[in-house]
Unconditional design. Structure first.
Length: 444
């Protein structure tokens, strides 16, 4: 394989790793991974190396005895007699096993799963852990001089200048028209939309010297001979120092207060451990719930997990016991939700995102789903409630729990998901069904 082929191979690595990820979730040995470190089996990728080409023997070499063999990487010594003592690892021995796994942390796992399944889960922050100053975007009427918004103040003054100023000299000339009265001057100004008061006109009229009265025979004559100056022209002539500023124009910038919220999540995992939950059903529960745990761990700043096992009664268990425990009693799913409701009191809905995931073979005691489980699901606020039915051999006659949930909440509910896993091939579809269901957060 040449260098060009190696480069092309590297371009395909990311895509192949995601394919390996999906296959691993469905069929791989999940026990190879630890909670904080996921080990995904991948195909070995050879690193590109420069190799000696027998067609080009020229240039600086190693001498006659040092000429490398065809295919030997440049810079590596030729094998000498006695170098291979026969004690090295044979192909496929245990020593090469670590190179067959790609190790990723939960954050990277979540990102890869997003790309593989096309997910777009955007975790919401709940608990405020810090308030910090953001950009100076807000305004107030008081503050230190260093934060005074001069541009805003200037704009306010300029706006007043443009709306309230007028050509005073032109109106003074109108007051010199023969036999004109202050009222006539005022009405003409108002007709021109000049913001002048009657008091100003009267004062200007009284200030006209007697010798100047009758300078003009009519208003039309003034308009023909005296050039009017606009406010804009006046500002350009006088400069901005004549733009008036008032105390009420002052605005002081202060920083926006940004709340830094910690993305906390508590995940309640519930599973049926009654006598009907055989080994294959238990394996499908583990294969579905384990990637969900990894995914949410990678998505949130702080992830807590609660594990509940139940038959006719429910009890809290450790993660290690959650997937392996068995019982022989009957089934009453509501007992698990009652315990979940109690345990979630330690995780207030105002501070924590919540997920409640349950799994089993859909067998439940008579009327328990309708009378107790559904009301409890509606009482427990959560980002998402999900139920995973595991029935490898098809539905049993009394396996109706998932169907009852689906019938009550509907297929389009934004905070309740129901998924069916009859075999390993259904796992990734179930995970997608669950994680793509969550909509906007419910009101607190």
């Amino acid at each position: 394989m040449g260098l060009r082929d190696d480069i092309e191979r590297f371009r395909e690595v990311g895509e192949e790793r995601r394919e390996d990820l999906a296959e691993f979730i469905q069929y791989g040995d999940l026990g190879q991974s630890r909670p904080g470190e996921i080990k995904i089996p991948v195909k070995i990728v050879s690193l590109p190396e420069f190799e000696y080409d027998q067609r080009d023997q020229g240039g600086v070499g190693q001498g006659q005895d040092g000429t490398p063999d065809v295919g030997q990487p440049v810079g590596q010594p030729q094998p000498q007699p006695g170098d291979d003592d026969g004690d090295g690892d044979e192909p496929g021995e245990e020593g090469d096993g670590d190179h067959e796994y790609y190790e990723m942390d939960p954050e990277e796992f979540a990102q890869e799963l997003d790309e593989e399944l096309g997910l777009d889960l955007d975790p919401k922050g709940k608990k405020v852990i810090e308030e910090k100053e953001g950009p100076f975007t807000d305004l107030t009427r008081s503050g230190p001089d260093s934060t005074l918004d001069f541009e805003r103040m200037f704009k306010e003054g300029l706006k007043r200048k443009l709306t309230m100023d007028f050509d005073e000299e032109f109106l003074r000339e109108l007051c010199k028209v023969e036999d004109i009265t202050p009222r006539e001057v005022f009405e003409w100004a108002r007709g021109e939309n000049l913001p002048v008061s009657m008091a100003w006109v009267e004062e200007a009229y009284n200030d006209v010297p007697e010798d100047d009265r009758g300078t003009w025979s009519s208003i039309e004559e003034v308009e023909e001979n005296v050039e009017r100056e606009t406010v804009q022209q006046k500002i350009r002539r006088e400069g901005i120092k004549h733009v008036p500023f008032r105390r009420e124009d002052e605005r002081y910038r202060y920083p926006e207060i940004i709340e830094e919220k910690e993305k906390n999540v508590v995940v309640v995992n519930i599973r049926d451990v009654s006598g009907s939950m055989r080994e294959k059903k238990r394996e499908l529960v583990e294969r579905t719930f384990t990637p969900l745990d990894w995914y949410l761990t990678g998505k949130y700043d702080n992830a807590e997990f609660v594990y509940i096992a139940h038959d006719a009664d429910a009890w809290e268990v450790s993660r290690e016991d959650f997937f392996g425990i068995r019982s022989g009693g009957g089934t009453k799913i509501s007992s698990a939700y009652e315990l979940a409701q109690e345990l979630l009191e330690e995780y207030p809905w105002s501070d924590w995102n919540r997920y409640v995931f349950a799994a089993g073979d859909s067998e439940n005691s008579s009327n328990d789903t309708e009378e107790r489980v559904i009301p409890l699901m509606e009482e427990i606020p959560a980002n998402l409630h999900a139920y995973v039915e595991t029935q490898p051999s098809g539905n049993a006659i009394n396996a109706t729990h998932a169907e009852e949930l689906e019938r009550h909440f509907g297929r389009d509910a934004e905070d309740v998901a129901v998924a069916y896993v009859n075999g390993e091939a259904d796992v990734t579809d179930a995970i997608y069904e669950i994680l793509s269901t969550e909509g906007d957060e419910r009101d607190e």
